[in-house]
Design a protein around this ligand. Structure first.
Ligand SMILES: Nc1ncnc2c1ncn2[C@@H]1O[C@H](COP(=O)(O)OP(=O)(O)OP(=O)(O)O)[C@@H](O)[C@H]1O
Ligand SMILES: [Mg+2]
Length: 241
């Protein structure tokens, strides 16, 4: 049966503690295996917040995110979901690239295969692992760090990979390489891409959620977006059509 595995979101409400300006309010929706979902929205609309909630990195005020397989619901906490963050700079500083990889190798079920896969993915981006591995995160350029973070996420072979603004610091060539990689990847893994770069989403995704001011204001495909002039204007998508 198709579509028998999915992530389900039910009446998710969230706000950052001590901050009343922004609220996320997501009504019932599902991320199905057969779609490559792109989440688009303007800066500050709530994309990263939603991505972290889906990955279980933030706790909602109410509502839930869970995994449903063959009609049976389970918590997402035991699932292999990786959120590849918008600002990898925050996590890879103060320790060498090799030490970061070693830590992961020790704690991940794939073990040393992670390092092998990491090298394969890095080659795809023309980055030499042997050259960067002795360096600290802050000794890499932002483009190298971004590529490393992406490749490390890929090497973990998650069931669901959430890429948050993956093209930041990549440049046009890196963006093309990433697009090809994502298209290849989606044949075997479920991928969700979060971005305000609709060009990337259009290349890689076949289903879209548009988020505005903490709410999903649209779910659907390209022709429906194109025909919705009010939506195009409100969300800045008018520049892409
Ligand atoms: N840790 C935090 N504490 C308080 N407020 C936050 C925090 N992180 C984000 N916000 C606020 O929550 C709102 C949504 O932020 P979020 O990062 O989810 O937006 P975004 O759509 O990912 O934006 P961008 O396109 O700039 O990445 C913004 O108003 C932001 O200022
Ligand atoms: Mg963001």
């Amino acid at each position: 049966m198709k579509n028998n595995k999915y992530i389900s979101i039910e009446n998710l409400k969230f706000r950052y503690s001590g901050q009343n300006d922004f609220r996320l309010n997501i009504e019932n929706c599902e991320i199905v295996r057969d779609n490559i979902l792109g989440i688009y929205g303007l800066a500050g609309s709530g994309k990263t917040t939603l991505g972290k909630l889906i990955a279980g990195m933030l706790t909602p005020e109410s509502g839930s995110v869970f995994y449903r397989e063959n009609g049976i619901d389970s918590s997402i906490s035991g699932k292999n979901i990786i959120y590849s963050m918008q600002f990898p700079e925050n996590i890879f500083l103060g320790i060498t690239i090799y030490e970061t990889v070693e830590k992961l190798v020790k704690n991940h079920e794939k073990g040393s295969e992670i390092e092998i896969d990491l090298q394969t993915y890095l080659k795809f981006f023309d980055v030499d692992y042997d050259l960067i591995k002795k360096r600290n995160g802050y000794e890499l350029s932002s483009g190298e760090l971004r590529r490393f973070a992406l490749c490390l996420s890929l090497a973990c072979s998650p069931d669901l990979l959430i890429l948050d603004e993956p093209t930041i610091a990549l440049g046009q060539k890196g963006k093309r390489q990433l697009q090809n990689l994502i298209l290849d990847l989606t044949k075997k893994q479920q991928v969700v891409i979060i971005s305000h770069d609709f060009e990337l989403l259009r290349e890689c995704c076949d289903y879209f959620w548009i988020i505005d001011n903490g709410e999903i204001v649209f779910k659907g495909k390209i022709p429906q977006i194109r025909n919705n002039i009010e939506l195009l204007k409100r969300t800045g998508l008018i520049y892409y059509f």
